[in-house]
Design a binder for this molecule. Sequence first.
Ligand SMILES: CC(C)(COP(=O)(O)OP(=O)(O)OC[C@H]1O[C@@H](n2cnc3c(N)ncnc32)[C@H](O)[C@@H]1OP(=O)(O)O)[C@@H](O)C(=O)NCCC(=O)NCCS
Length: 179
Amino acid sequence: MKQPTFNTDRLTLRPFSRDDAENVQRLAGRKQIASKTIPIPHPYELHMAYEWIGTHNQLFEKGEVVNFAVTHRLEKYLVGCVGLNINKKYEMAELGYWIGIEYWGNGYCTEASKKVLEYGFETLNLNRIFAYHFGSNPASGRVMEKIGMKYEGFLRQAIKKWGKFEDSVVYGVLKSDLN
Ligand SMILES: CC(C)(COP(=O)(O)OP(=O)(O)OC[C@H]1O[C@@H](n2cnc3c(N)ncnc32)[C@H](O)[C@@H]1OP(=O)(O)O)[C@@H](O)C(=O)NCCC(=O)NCCS
């Protein structure tokens, strides 16, 4: 099975290719991105972007992860990434995303994530999609609310990032919530 490509009003969501590596490094390499996420390293070297993109096909084929390059629909440039970490056994997935700083506040994350939720429920047949954000990252929580996720809980000091404990806030949505 090949990873699909989707269009929304303003965006195209497509698989990453090696050609995206420099832009991934430039956008995801900013400290403000790494500081709000668990897996993104800082500094972010170019080889890390190549390695990360190089994992995508196999993880998609195994049904474990799907990452979409979020690009501007008309002008084609990379805006960010939205993905799902899939747990097939429990028919659920964790949603994750980042958007390049220069593109924040345009509703891009909301627009792309809505499409990825639709894909998760309708094509991957998931039952539940959830997401976590740091307590210090209310913008991400706002995205979760805007895409129809419900607040499920607040995990005090659940993560240690760069030597500092961070609260973790969890949101979730069920397929039946959207019917
Ligand atoms: C979180 C992130 C993906 C949002 O991307 P985006 O494209 O700017 O998101 P959107 O424009 O769709 O929505 C952002 C919402 O947050 C709101 N917001 C921004 N800063 C906020 C703040 N400090 N407090 C509360 N809400 C805030 C915006 O006003 C907007 O809501 P609105 O449409 O009701 O006005 C982006 O900031 C990012 O990549 N951050 C770093 C990485 C990250 O946090 N990833 C997620 C880890 S859980």
